[in-house]
Design a protein around this ligand. Structure first.
Ligand SMILES: *[C@@H]1O[C@H](CO)[C@@H](O)[C@H](O)[C@H]1NC(C)=O
Ligand SMILES: *[C@@H]1O[C@H](CO)[C@@H](O)[C@H](O)[C@H]1NC(C)=O
Ligand SMILES: *[C@@H]1O[C@H](CO)[C@@H](O)[C@H](O)[C@H]1NC(C)=O
Ligand SMILES: *[C@@H]1O[C@H](CO)[C@@H](O)[C@H](O)[C@H]1NC(C)=O
Ligand SMILES: *[C@@H]1O[C@H](CO)[C@@H](O)[C@H](O)[C@H]1NC(C)=O
Ligand SMILES: *[C@@H]1O[C@H](CO)[C@@H](O)[C@H](O)[C@H]1NC(C)=O
Ligand SMILES: *[C@@H]1O[C@H](CO)[C@@H](O)[C@H](O)[C@H]1NC(C)=O
Ligand SMILES: *[C@@H]1O[C@H](CO)[C@@H](O)[C@H](O)[C@H]1NC(C)=O
Ligand SMILES: *[C@@H]1O[C@H](CO)[C@@H](O)[C@H](O)[C@H]1NC(C)=O
Ligand SMILES: *[C@@H]1O[C@H](CO)[C@@H](O)[C@H](O)[C@H]1NC(C)=O
Length: 841
C-alpha cells in the first residue's frame, strides 16, 4: 500500500518535472504514423495512434487519435473523427503539414501548417499535440479540440466541443451552453449571480482537482462553475470534461493506473431533456429496469429510421401531404414536446386541453404537434416545424398531440414490446404454439403460487395487485414506489428537510434524477384502500400554487408521499429570520406575490377543484417557495388522512396545526369548514406583512398578542407600524399593504360566517372590490366557547367536517343567525357587512 503511493508520487514528480524540463520526443518532418505504430508523449501518458472506430465497422476503419494510455480513452481525433481504412496513415510532411491520408491517397484532414516553417510535431505529457517552428506554436490540438477538454487546456469563446449534432460552447458573457444543430440551446449555466462584472475574454479550464473554473482579466480570481464530486481527491485522479454523443457534458475521473472511468459530474441531470436525444419524433422515456432512457416511436403510424439504432428517430409511414382524407391528432398521455426558449419554431398560448388539440389540428399556419402543460400555468405549446422531440413519463402530467394520417395506430401495451413482436413473427408456427402453451401453463402455476403466497402473507399480495392496478391508471396518476426504492432515493432517509405535523420530510433523487421531497407519514389510522383514494384525490389536484404530488408508497405499515422538491424551502424561513440572515429578507413585491399565490392555491382547493379540500393546517411552514419564489401550498388533503372522519371525536391532541393559526372553532370543537382555512390564511397574511408571528408577545406590543396589538394600531390608522420594520428603507406599495392588512382582519374574525370566502379574499387583495373597515377580530374568547353548545347541536348536521363551505345559502344563513344570537356582544354589535353577506351565498 505504502509502496504503491510512493510509486504514484514518483510518477507525479516525474510528470511535473518533465513538463517543465520538456523532454521532447519530437517528430521530425517527413515522418509517417501508420497502423500499429504510436507517437508517445515523454512519459507515455498520452500517445497518438490510429485507433479502430468504435463500434467496429466492416471493413475496419481507423481514426488518428490522442489516447490517454492508462485507460485507452480517446481525448482528441484528427478531423473530429475522420476515419480511414487500414491502408491509411497520418503523415507529417516535409512541408510541415500534418495530414490524415486514406489508403486510396485521399486527404481526410490537414492541419493547415504547410510552408510555415514547421520544424517538429510533439505529443506533450499534458495531452497536447503541438506543431512548432522552433520558437513558437503554429498549431496545437488544445486550440482545436474535438469533444474533450483536458486539465491545463484553455477553452475560450469561439471554441467548441462537438459530438454528432451536439456542441458545447462558451459565450462572451461567460455562460456555458449546450446546443443541438448549432441552434437549439437546451442547457445553459451562467456565472454565480453574485459576480457582477462584464467579462473581457473569459477562459474555461478544468483544474487538476476537478473544478471547472472560469477566469477573466476582469475577475479578481477565477470563478468555479462546477465541481466534480471527487474534487477532494486531487493528486491520484486524472479527469477530463467530455461532450458525449448523447448530448450530455460530463466530467470523467480515471485512476492514473488505468481502469474504468467514473462519471463525476453531468450537466443535464435528466437525459430525456437533451433535445433530440431520440431523434425526430422519437419518444424518450425511462424503463423501470434501467436508468438509461429508452427511445421509441409515438405510435405505429411511425417507423424507426434505423431499426438497429432507436436514437436515429422515427418517420411517418404515410406523409401528411399524401394523406387520404384529413389529418388527425394522436394523443400521448404524460408527455411533453421539448421546447427551449431560443427555439423559433414553437409558440405558447393560454388555452385548455381540447383547444390545444383542435387548434393544432385545424390551425392556420403549420402546426405539427402541441402540448397542453398541466403544471397549472394553463399553457399550450405548439410546434411549427416538422421536427419533434418528445419526453414521456408518469411524472409528467402534461398531454401532447402529434399530427398524423388516420387511422390512429397506438403502440401496443409495454408487455408486448416492439422487438418481442417482431421476433415472434419470424419464428416458425410450432414455436409459437409451444410458447403459448407454456405461457398458459406457467400462468396457471403462477396463479396457484399467488394463492399460496397470498394465504401466507397477505400484505405482500396486496402490494403486488396494486402494481397491476398501476397499469390501469389514467394520465396524471400518482406513481407507486416501493419502500426500497424510496429508501434508495433518499439514501436511507439521510437528508432531513424538516419535520411537519404529519411526519418528517427527506430529500431524495429518483432514478430519472428528479429531486423530490419524501414525506414519511406518521399516525395514519386508515386502511390501504382509503389511503389510495386520498392519494388519488391529492394527486389529481393540480395548480400552479399547489405543491405537486408525484407518487406514494403504501407497504405494510409504511405510508410515504413523494412531492416535487421546492428549492427555496418554506415561507417561515424568510419571514422570521434573525439579523445574520438578512440577505433572505423578502422585499414587499415578493411578499405580495406570495400572499396572492397562496390565496389562489387555497381558493382552488376550496372552490375550483373537483373534490374540494379543506386544508386544516395553513401556516408559513406549509407554504413552500420554488426557485422563482412562487408560493406553493403543501400538505393539502393530509388532514383527512390523519383525523378521524367524525369531528366529534376530534381531540386537541389530534390537532396537528400550530395553535396560533387554528381557528377558534377548532378549540371550541365546532364544525370545521373552509372558513377555518380562511382564518389561518388571515394570520399568515398578517405575518407576511409584519414579519412577526401573530402570537408574539413583547414589550413593544404592550404584552398583547401581536395580532391584537396590530388591530389597535390599525384602528389608530398606523399601517406602517404593522409593516415589517426591516422594509422601512425600501420602496413599498402602501396601498397593497393597506389592502393586505384589512383583508387579514376580515379573515381572522372570530365567527366563521363573518369571514369572507377565499375567492373574496383574493378579490380584496387584487383590489377588485373595495374593502370595508373590518370589525375587531376577537371578542371574548371564553364567552364564545361557553356559548357553543347550541351552535353545535343546531348546525352540526349542516356541515361535513372536511367539505368546503356549504354552497346552500339556507345553511349558511342559519349559521349566521344562530351564531349572532349565541356569541357575545363583540360580534353582535359589528354586524356582517354587505361584502360578507354576498360572499356567503
Ligand atoms: C500489425 O499488427 C498485426 C497483428 O496485430 C500484424 O499481423 C501485422 O503484421 C502488423 N502490421 C505491421 C505493419 O506491423
Ligand atoms: C478510403 O479508401 C477506401 C479504399 O481504399 C475507400 O473505399 C473509401 O471510400 C475511402 N474513403 C474516402 C472518404 O475517400
Ligand atoms: C514562429 O512562429 C511564430 C508565431 O507564429 C512567429 O512569431 C515566429 O516569428 C516564427 N519563428 C520562425 C523562426 O519562423
Ligand atoms: C492557459 O492560460 C493560462 C493563463 O490564462 C496560461 O498561463 C497557460 O499557459 C495556458 N495554457 C495553455 C496550454 O495554453
Ligand atoms: C439544422 O440546422 C440547419 C442549418 O442551421 C437547418 O437548415 C436545418 O433545418 C436544421 N435542422 C433541423 C431539423 O432543424
Ligand atoms: C446564462 O445562464 C443563466 C443560468 O445560469 C441563465 O439564467 C441566463 O439566461 C443565461 N444567459 C444567456 C444569455 O443565455
Ligand atoms: C455564489 O457566490 C457566493 C459567494 O462567493 C456563495 O456564497 C454562493 O453560494 C454562490 N452561489 C452559487 C449558486 O454558487
Ligand atoms: C451590478 O453593478 C452595477 C454597476 O456596477 C449596478 O448598477 C447593478 O445594480 C449591479 N447589479 C447587481 C445585481 O448587483
Ligand atoms: C471589463 O472589460 C470590458 C471590456 O474591455 C470593459 O468595458 C469593462 O469596463 C471592464 N470592467 C468591468 C468592471 O466590467
Ligand atoms: C426495459 O429495458 C430492458 C433492458 O434494457 C429490456 O429488456 C426491457 O424489454 C425493457 N422494458 C420495456 C418495457 O421497454
Amino acid at each position: 500500500m505504502f509502496l504503491k503511493t510512493e510509486v504514484l508520487f514518483l510518477v507525479l514528480v516525474l510528470i511535473t518535472t518533465t513538463t517543465t524540463i520538456t523532454v521532447t520526443t519530437a517528430i521530425n518532418p517527413d515522418s509517417t504514423l501508420s497502423f500499429n505504430q504510436t507517437w508517445s508523449s515523454p512519459s507515455a501518458i498520452f500517445s497518438l495512434a490510429l485507433v479502430s472506430v468504435q463500434p467496429p465497422t466492416t471493413p475496419p476503419s481507423y481514426t488518428a487519435s490522442i489516447v490517454f494510455s492508462a485507460a485507452s480513452f480517446t481525448v482528441w481525433s484528427a478531423g473530429n473523427g475522420a476515419s480511414v481504412d487500414s491502408g491509411g496513415s497520418l503523415q507529417f510532411l516535409r512541408n510541415g503539414a500534418l495530414r490524415l491520408v486514406n489508403g486510396s491517397g485521399a486527404t481526410m484532414w490537414d492541419s493547415g501548417t504547410a510552408d510555415r516553417g514547421a520544424t517538429s510535431a510533439t505529443v506533450e505529457d499534458s495531452g497536447n499535440l503541438v506543431i512548432s517552428n522552433g520558437t513558437g506554436t503554429l498549431w496545437s490540438s488544445f486550440e482545436n479540440p474535438t469533444d474533450t477538454l483536458l486539465p491545463s487546456q484553455n477553452f475560450t469563446v469561439g471554441m467548441s466541443l462537438k459530438s454528432q449534432s451536439y456542441s458545447f460552447g462558451l459565450s462572451s458573457i461567460g455562460n456555458l451552453t449546450l446546443k443541438w444543430n448549432n441552434s437549439i440551446e437546451y442547457w445553459t449555466q451562467g456565472l454565480n449571480s453574485s459576480v457582477n462584472v462584464s467579462l473581457f475574454s473569459p477562459v474555461l479550464a478544468l483544474s487538476s482537482i476537478g473544478q471547472l473554473q472560469l477566469s477573466d482579466a476582469n475577475l479578481s480570481s477565477s470563478v468555479l462553475v462546477a465541481y466534480s464530486s471527487d474534487y477532494d481527491r486531487n493528486a491520484d485522479v486524472f479527469r477530463v470534461l467530455k461532450l458525449d454523443n448523447d448530448g450530455n457534458l460530463r466530467i470523467y475521473s480515471f485512476s492514473w493506473e488505468g481502469g474504468a472511468s467514473t462519471v463525476r459530474w453531468t450537466a443535464v441531470q435528466d437525459q430525456c431533456e437533451v433535445y433530440a436525444y431520440c431523434g425526430n419524433y422519437g419518444v424518450c422515456s425511462y424503463n423501470d429496469s434501467s436508468s438509461s432512457p429508452v427511445c421509441e416511436c409515438p405510435s405505429e403510424n411511425f417507423e424507426m429510421i434505423d431499426p438497429n439504432d432507436a436514437r436515429k428517430g422515427c418517420r411517418r409511414k404515410v406523409s401528411l401531404s399524401s394523406c387520404q382524407g384529413s389529418t388527425t391528432m394522436l394523443t400521448l398521455d404524460n408527455a411533453v414536446i421539448l421546447t427551449y426558449p431560443n427555439d423559433p419554431t414553437w409558440q405558447s398560448f393560454y388555452q385548455g386541453l381540447s383547444a390545444c388539440r383542435s387548434n393544432c389540428l385545424s390551425g392556420t399556419g403549420a402546426c405539427f404537434a402541441s402540448t397542453s402543460l398541466s403544471d397549472g400555468s394553463g399553457q399550450c405549446v405548439m410546434k411549427s416545424e416538422d421536427f419533434v422531440s418528445v419526453y414521456q413519463s408518469h411524472l409528467l402530467p402534461s398531454t401532447s398531440y402529434v399530427k398524423v394520417c388516420p387511422p390512429l395506430a397506438p403502440n401496443p401495451p409495454p408487455s408486448l414490446g416492439e422487438t418481442g413482436r417482431e421476433k415472434r413473427s419470424k419464428v416458425p408456427a410450432w414455436v409459437v404454439v409451444v410458447i403459448v402453451l407454456g405461457t398458459i401453463l406457467g400462468l396457471v402455476a403462477l396463479e396457484g403460487g399467488f394463492w399460496l403466497w397470498c394465504c401466507r402473507n397477505s400484505t405482500r399480495f396486496g402490494g403486488l395487485s396494486a402494481h397491476y392496478a398501476l397499469l390501469e391508471y389514467a394520465s396524471g396518476a400518482p406513481v407507486q414506489f416501493s419502500y426500497k426504492e424510496l429508501q434508495q432515493a433518499t439514501k436511507g432517509f439521510k437528508e432531513k428537510l424538516g419535520a411537519g405535523g404529519f411526519g418528517a420530510v427527506y430529500r431524495g433523487t429518483l432514478v430519472n434524477k428528479t429531486v423530490v421531497a419524501v414525506k414519511q407519514l406518521e399516525g395514519i389510522e386508515q386502511g390501504e384502500k382509503q389511503f389510495r383514494m386520498e392519494v388519488a384525490t391529492i394527486s389529481s389536484t393540480h395548480h400552479l400554487n399547489l405543491v405537486r404530488l408525484i407518487g406514494f408508497c403504501s407497504e405494510g405499515r409504511h405510508r410515504l408521499l413523494v412531492y416535487e422538491f421546492m428549492k427555496n424551502g418554506s415561507l417561515d424561513d424568510f419571514l422570521f429570520i434573525t439579523e445574520q440572515h438578512s440577505e433572505k429578507l423578502l422585499n414587499w413585491g415578493y411578499r405580495y406575490n406570495i400572499a396572492l399565490g397562496t390565496a389562489r392555491g387555497i381558493t382552488y382547493l376550496h372552490e375550483e377543484c373537483r373534490d374540494c379540500i379543506v386544508h386544516c393546517d395553513i401556516k408559513p411552514e406549509n407554504i413552500l417557495l420554488d426557485e422563482n419564489y412562487v408560493a406553493k401550498v403543501s400538505d393539502f388533503g393530509l388532514a383527512k388522512l390523519i383525523n378521524p372522519k367524525d369531528h366529534r371525536h376530534r381531540t386537541l391532541t389530534s390537532v396537528r396545526g400550530t395553535r396560533g393559526y387554528l381557528a377558534p372553532e377548532w378549540l371550541a370543537n365546532l364544525p370545521i369548514t373552509s372558513k377555518s382555512d380562511v382564518y389561518s390564511y388571515g394570520m399568515v397574511l398578517l405575518e407576511i406583512v409584519s414579519g412577526r408571528r401573530n402570537f408574539d408577545v413583547s414589550e413593544e406590543t404592550n404584552r398583547k398578542k401581536f395580532s391584537i396589538w396590530a388591530y389597535e394600531e390599525f384602528e389608530r390608522g398606523n399601517m406602517s407600524g404593522i409593516l415589517d420594520k426591516r422594509l422601512a428603507d425600501q420602496e413599498v406599495n402602501m396601498e397593497q399593504v393597506r389592502r393586505a392588512i384589512q383583508a387579514s382582519f376580515w379573515c381572522i374574525q372570530e365567527h366563521p360566517s363573518q369571514r369572507p370566502t377565499m375567492s373574496r379574499v383574493l378579490q380584496m387583495l387584487e383590489g377588485v372590490t373595495e374593502i370595508e373597515k373590518p370589525p375587531a377580530p376577537k371578542s371574548v374568547m371564553e364567552g364564545a366557547v361557553s356559548g357553543t353548545s347550541t351552535y353545535l347541536s343546531s348546525n352540526a348536521s349542516a356541515f361535513s367536517p372536511f367539505a368546503a363551505s356549504p354552497p346552500d345559502p339556507s345553511s349558511s344563513s342559519s349559521v349566521q343567525t344562530s351564531g349572532v344570537s349565541t356569541f357575545t356582544s363583540g360580534v353582535k354589535s359589528e354586524k356582517p357587512t354587505s361584502i360578507l353577506l354576498q360572499s356567503d351565498t
